[in-house]
Design a protein around this ligand. Sequence first.
Ligand code: ZN
Length: 260
Amino acid sequence: MIVLNEHEWAEEMIAARSLGKKPFETLYRIARYYIDNGIPKGHVRKMLDMFLIQCDPTASIPKWTATLDAAMARALKYDAVDIKSIDITQPELDRINALDGKQIKRLAFTLLCLAKYWDNISKSKDHWVNNKDCDIMRMANINTSIKRQSLMYFNLNAAGLIQFSKKVDNTNVRVCFIQDGDPVIHITDFRNLGYQYLKYLGEPYFECCNCGITTKINNSQVGRAGRKQKYCSACAAEIDMQQRVNSVMRLRKKERAISS
Ligand SMILES: [Zn+2]
C-alpha cells in the first residue's frame, strides 16, 4: 500500500494499536518513525516487540521474530516517505481525457500517479512503474478480465502514453506523458485513484471526512438524511456503533446515579 506521509501514518497506527492490513509495512514504518525520533536502534527493535503485544496480546513473539527483524532491517535501509502531494497537470489530463473509454482513462491516470510517486522517491526519475498488476487495477478501481486489461495496456502503448519493458519476464511500464503545466489535481491519498479521477470529471464521488478515502455517493443515504454524505460506509458503520456504545454508557451511568 502506498502511503505519502509514512510518519503521520505510523503515528496513527501507534495511537490505534493496529497492525493494519499489511503488518510488515506497518512495522517497518513504525520502526523508521522511532529511528527518526532519535530512539537508539537497539531499543527500537524492543519497541517493535512491545507494539506487537499491544496490538495483539496473544501474539507469539518467536513466531514473529523473522518479520520484526526484517521490518527493522528495512527501516534502517530506507528513509521514510514524506510527499505533500502528487500533482497532476492540465496537459497530462488533456492526454488522458482524449482517450476513448472510461476504464482506460482511469488506468492511464493511475499509472501517471504511480510514475510520479516513484520519480519522487527514487534517484533515477525515469517514470517506470513496477507495481503489481492486481495492485494497479485495485488503485484504478477497475475490475475486468486479464484479456481486457492487456487490451487497455496495448491501446495505451499505441496512443504513445506508455512504453513496455524490453525484458520479457516483467510487466513494467514506463509512462511517457509526464508534462509540466498548471497543477489541477493534488493527490494526497493513493487509495481509489480511479474514483478520484471520476470525481474530477464531476461524477458523484466524495472524500470521507474521517478517513479521506474517495467513494461513490450513496444516493439512498443522501435521500434519507436530506444532507450531504460525510462518511464512507466503513467509517459510517464505525461511528454509528461508537454512538450506540456511548448512549448505552450514558444510560447505565444515569441508572447507577438513580439507584445510588
Ligand atoms: Zn471513511
